[in-house]
Design a protein around this ligand. Structure first.
Ligand code: FE2
Length: 319
């Protein structure tokens, strides 16, 4: 989609997509195994892995090898071409510009979040959804023989794209303020200062970015859109069969309404299969609200693992 046909909220200056998230892990081969089993297509590119959907052209993540724990390196947001200079002025006025991350291509605008994470803003196609996700057609609509496939006939689950990323933050309200005021994201919902969900101004899922309170910044999970509740369940099975048995789900969230299964990665964070998340069009004023956490985390599902929100990352060294 080009700029003339992409949706745009009138009068809003802000990013339209999470263009890419970039992190490092101790062992790239392990990352390759995990994300291949998850149904994505990790492609080696020199010293890093580029994470694609199967057959997809866009690299949703870059993964580097570094250190002894997983670590969020930087996050790249996409914006429309006409917003580049206004955004450059906004960042300069606020004194938030920073040097490009050493692992990046150095393109675009760079600024540092209040949590210290470098952020890149680049002119790029809108890769966040511009319409509500569509469910896969059921295998058959006819009455008659059983519709569920034999286990041996289940096809591998392959996510269709990135829905959102959830970051840890030591100060969720401060980060919400920054993401609204500088990047132009809009608050969808939150639970006190514990968790917050923000959508893109030009149309995105209920959350493009989410935040969870922790002692330090970090990457908690990436969430990947699949086409059915069956895909959420079969994804969980697929990962268990590959030896990735830990996680949380299957269940349904309250905020965002999506069906989920989280698979714990080898570094203690998660990749989420997500189906049927709420969509916020560019011209809808979503009624943001504060929800009691005990009543808004999930509608149904298994008990939440004790360490589900443990931040296993080590702080990034100064670059
Ligand atoms: Fe999620």
């Amino acid at each position: 989609m080009n700029d003339s046909t992409s949706p745009r909220r009138a009068g809003a200056l802000g990013v339209h997509s999470v263009h890419r998230f970039v992190f490092s892990v101790p062992d790239l081969a392990e990352a390759e195994r995990f994300y291949t089993a998850f149904g994505l297509e990790p492609r080696r590119s020199g010293e890093r892995i580029d994470l694609h959907t199967v057959g997809g052209t866009h690299a949703w993540a870059h993964i580097f090898a570094s250190g002894t724990s997983k670590r969020l390196e930087y996050v790249s947001f996409g914006l429309y071409a006409e917003d580049l200079e206004p955004m450059r002025r906004r960042i300069a006025e606020r004194g938030q510009a920073c040097a490009p991350h050493a692992l990046s291509d150095g393109a675009g605008l760079w600024l540092r979040s209040p949590d210290g994470t470098p952020l890149q803003l680049v002119v790029a196609p809108k890769v966040s959804p511009s319409a509500k996700s569509v469910a896969n057609a059921p295998a058959t609509k006819a009455a008659g023989p059983g519709r569920a496939p034999a286990r041996s006939q289940v096809r591998p689950v392959q996510p269709r794209g990135l829905s959102h990323v959830l970051f840890f933050s030591p100060d969720v309200p401060r980060m919400v303020g920054f993401l609204q005021d500088v990047l132009g994201l809009r608050l969808s919902d939150h639970s006190d200062d514990i968790v917050a969900f923000l959508h893109g101004p030009h149309g995105s899922d209920h959350h493009l970015v989410a935040l969870a309170k922790s002692h330090a910044p970090g990457l908690h999970h990436s969430s990947w859109d699949v086409g059915s509740l069956d895909d959420v369940g079969c994804g969980a099975e697929q990962m268990r069969a590959a030896g990735f048995t830990q996680g949380w789900g299957v269940g349904r969230h309250v905020l965002g309404s999506n069906y989920f299964h989280y698979v714990r990665d080898p570094w203690g964070s998660y990749a989420e299969y997500s189906f049927d998340i709420d969509f916020v069009p560019h011209d809808l004023d979503w009624p943001a609200a504060d929800h009691p956490v005990h009543d808004s985390f999930y509608v149904w599902g298994p008990a939440v693992p004790e360490d589900f929100t443990t931040n296993h990352e080590q702080p990034a060294p100064a670059r």
